[in-house]
Each structure stands twice: as structure tokens, then as C-alpha cells.
Design a protein around this ligand. Sequence first.
Ligand code: GTP
Ligand code: MG
Length: 173
Amino acid sequence: IVCFIGRSNVGKSSLIKALFSLAPEVEVRVSKKPGHTKKMNFFKVGKHFTVVDMPGYGYRAPEDFVDMVETYLKERRNLKRTFLLVDSVVGIQKTDNIAIEMCEEFALPYVIVLTKIDKSSKGHLLKQVLQIQKFVNTKTQGCFPQLFPVSSVTFSGIHLLRSFIASVTGNLD
Ligand SMILES: Nc1nc2c(ncn2[C@@H]2O[C@H](COP(=O)(O)OP(=O)(O)OP(=O)(O)O)[C@@H](O)[C@H]2O)c(=O)[nH]1
Ligand SMILES: [Mg+2]
């Protein structure tokens, strides 16, 4: 199992949709309104692999978010990796820090994915990437050292992330 967490509207559902665009049995709902995903959604991919789309935290998050998500992340034994999505336009926000602290506290192996890279200029993106990379290198323990910048609109970075997920879940063919 791998799961995707991040602030409301950061692009979790869109990313899952982009990653599994080749697997038509995976049907992901995306909405313009933040706070769209209210429950944890489980998508079975193949026989041995499940993806979890989590509700977003922050703005218009469901009230039981903390209970639902924290409890899940804390107790899930076969959770292979947690993908923590950060909006590349605005970088790491307060609520992202809370999620990062939660991953650190539960000693979850997690990976930071930068979303919506089509929205900012190359220069702005580079600045955010360097800043977040420095944060990862100096302030985190459980975070994978490489960032994955992606766009669900242009599909930039999607192939690499898909391969990474395949390798951590043992689904490489
Ligand atoms: N430009 C751009 N827009 C994106 C990208 N990914 C998502 N969006 C837009 O961002 C909005 C939110 O996307 P969702 O995938 O629903 O976000 P979410 O994180 O699942 O949101 P919640 O379910 O509310 O937590 C939608 O309007 C998407 O079209 C991207 O890579 N580039
Ligand atoms: Mg969603």
C-alpha cells in the first residue's frame, strides 16, 4: 500500500489519476473545490497493490481528518510509502509542517512530491526546489532524499514517480 497526503487542493487526486492513467480500472474523482475528497479512497491496482487517496488537511478539511488519517498512518502495517504532496508554487506551509512532523513522529518512510510545476516559472520553481531540498537534508530523518517535481497537467515527472512507486512496491515489470 502507498498513500498520498497533502493540503486540501494540492493535487492528490489529480496526481493519482495521472499516475494510473494507463489503468482504466482506477477511477479517481477530482474537483475544483478544495476539500473535495472527504473519505479515504482505496484503489486496488493489480493484485497486490493499493493506493490510498487521503482527504486534504488545512482549508475545508473534514473535521475528523486528524482521527481518520493519523490513526490510519499510525497503525497501517503494510504501508510501503507515504507520498506527501507540497504545492511547488507556495512551498512548505504551516500545515505541511504538521504533516511532516507527523510522518517523522510515526517514523513513516515518506517522500515529498512537488505538485503543479507547470504553474510557476523555471526560476521560481528552482528556488522552491532548492529551498525544500535544503529543508529535507537538514531537518528531516525519515524523508527520502530526492524530491519528485510533477505536473498532472503536462505529465512532467509522472513517469519517474510511477517507476519509483513500482520499485518500492515491488511491482516492476
Ligand atoms: N496547473 C495544475 N493544476 C493542477 C495540477 N494538479 C491538480 N491541479 C488542479 O488543482 C485542483 C485540485 O486538484 P485535486 O487533485 O482535486 O486536489 P486534492 O489534493 O485531491 O484536493 P482535496 O481532495 O480537496 O484534498 C484542481 O482544480 C486541479 O485541476 C497540476 O499539476 N497543474
Ligand atoms: Mg482529492
